[in-house]
Every structure is written in C-alpha cells, then in structure tokens.
Ligand binder design. Sequence first.
Ligand SMILES: [Zn+2]
Length: 376
Amino acid sequence: MTATPPLDVVSLTQALLRADSVTPARGAVFDVLEEALAGIGFAVDRFTAGEAPDGPVENLLATRGGGGRHLAFAGHVDVVPPGEGWTDSPWAGSERGGLLYGRGAVDMKGAVAAFAAAAAAETGGALSLLITGDEEGPATYGTVALIARMAERGIAPDWCLVGEPTSTQRLGDMMKIGRRGSVNIWVTVPGRQGHVAYPHLADNPIPKLIAILGEVDAIVLDTGNRWFQPSNIEVTDIAVGNPAHNVIPAKAEARLSIRFNDEQSGAALIERIRAVAQRHAPEAIVTGRISGEAFLTRPGALSTAIAAAIEAQTGLVPELSTTGGTSDARFLSRLCPTVEFGLLNATMHKVDEAVAIDDLRTLTAIYADLIRRAAA
Ligand SMILES: [Zn+2]
C-alpha cells in the first residue's frame, strides 16, 4: 500500500454528527464518509436497496487491499430521533469539557470515524467497511443487502468487527461475542359471546387463556450456559376489551415476548407455545414474529485479537458478554466470526448523547492495533 494521509477522528466524527441522519439515513452523511474513505485509498460502492415500506435504504461498501486475512468493520450512520431537551442542537457536533455532543456520537458515528482513522494509520491487510443507513429502523435492506452485495462481488471477510457501543464503565471493559434472540408471540382464544346469565349458551375464552398463560409462565426453557443467561418468557399484554359487565366476550388475546439464548430457536419457540395453547383451547390461534435469532461466536482468534488490542491500549481485560438486545451482528455471524466492540453505551439513544474525545482517540488506537494483528 502507498502511504495514506492522516485522518483526524475528531473532525470526522464532528462532520458525521453535523449531518442529520435520522433513520433511514440518506445522502449527506454518506457523502462525508465516502469522501473520507476515498481519500485513504478505499474503493467506495454506494447503492440503494429495497422498496417501501421498509426501503429504499442507502448503504455503503468500501474495500481496500487484498491478500491475507480480510477484516470487515460493520456499522451504521443512521440514528434514532433526537427527542426534546438537548442543551445544544443534536446536529451541532459541539464540544464541551472534552466531550463531543450529538445524536449518534456513541451509537455509532464515533466508532465509524475511529475505524476510518485507524485505516488511515494502518495501511496493511485487506479491509472493508459495511455501512448501512438502516440499523435503527426495520433493518430489512441494510446489513442483509450489504451481505448480498458482498456475495455478488465475491467479497468474503474472515473476521467481522461490529462497532456498536459495548463498553459500560470504561472504554474497553466489555465486548459482545453473542446476543440473545428475540421473538414476539400473539395468542388469540376465540369464544362465543353471550349473556352472563346464560353461560350454557356461550363459551368464555378468558379461563382458557388464563390456563394457557399459567402453563406458559411455568415453562423453564433452559438454565442458561457458559455464555448465556437463561432464556426467558414474559407475558407483556392481555386484552379482552369487553366494556359490558353482563356479556361473556367473544375472544381473549395475550402477547408474549421471549428473549432466548443459543439453545433455542424462534420457530421452535412459536411451535412450543402453539402446542400449549391448543392443549387448552384447540381453536386457539398462535402467531409469532422473530425479531432475531440468537448467535454466538465462540471465543477464538478474533476475540483474542480484540482483547489483546484493548489490553495493549488501555490495560483493561474486556469481559466477553452476550447481554443486550439484538444487533446486526446476528446476520454477519453467519459469514464469519463476528464480535462487537465500541464506545461507552451510557448515553446511547438519550438526550445529550456524547462521546469523550479521549475515548475517540483510544478507540482509534485499539482499532489500528486490531488491523495490525489481523494483517499479521
Ligand atoms: Zn447502533
């Protein structure tokens, strides 16, 4: 590789923060990133995927170098809506007391800028950036479309680093090697409406739904394992909507939310709930929507390299965690070992989201160290 010009992580973060990019992100924020990446030798492929209602979505795939181990960095430049009550404009990228403020500062424009700055400093190895404009939204045509684009172009990363904010108290204290899966399930028990004084002429669905939920609530799905906490079922809503005291209602519904580890699958959980429901009410209707399957990248060369880079730059030994909600890592983990590591998550999605400038510089150093280790 020829030498590349330096890229300042603070000014790039600021430039990204100044582009309003509430999900789905379009245009300006990608222009900023494209210019920065093109300037340090990346071939930048911008494309739009999908149609309404979940699209179109803008994505960016940047590649540089070849041969040896291919390290991919995955991230997003869309952000959640800022909400009310910011001290400054959420798009000002203002600096106060060693912090940069703005929507997306930690989730995750700061990490995108840090990887770009790291790639400017470390020119070896094969690198790519997989950047979507729709991670905070439906995520139907974001990372999934980037994976399809890579397949079309024959790009196959060996390691994938996702720059989500995983640190909790100090930069480097935690990375994520997996995530639980999530599924929502709706149980509807039909009955026959009638007068409460004539119950033999009606069929009350409520006792059946209660019996179903009683059995569901008693299920122990698993006891967790070395890497995951136990899977958990929560009843999140019960709805009958019957305004009359003298009417037996025509139906009763409940909604469940299950967060599950790698011993379960979304489809099998829906089937299991359906079997319970139909034992108490054969006519019960059970539908489910899987938000994401669980994934785990067992500790190995990638997590070891990231931990070594973190320790070399901060002195911290990161915890390997699988906590938190779903992330786009669930898609990438089907391609290659995938680990998430990024900034502090304390202010993400909050008013006055902010990143410490020191953390931006340290994260850049950690990512640069990882690029060296990947290329070695
Ligand atoms: Zn994020």
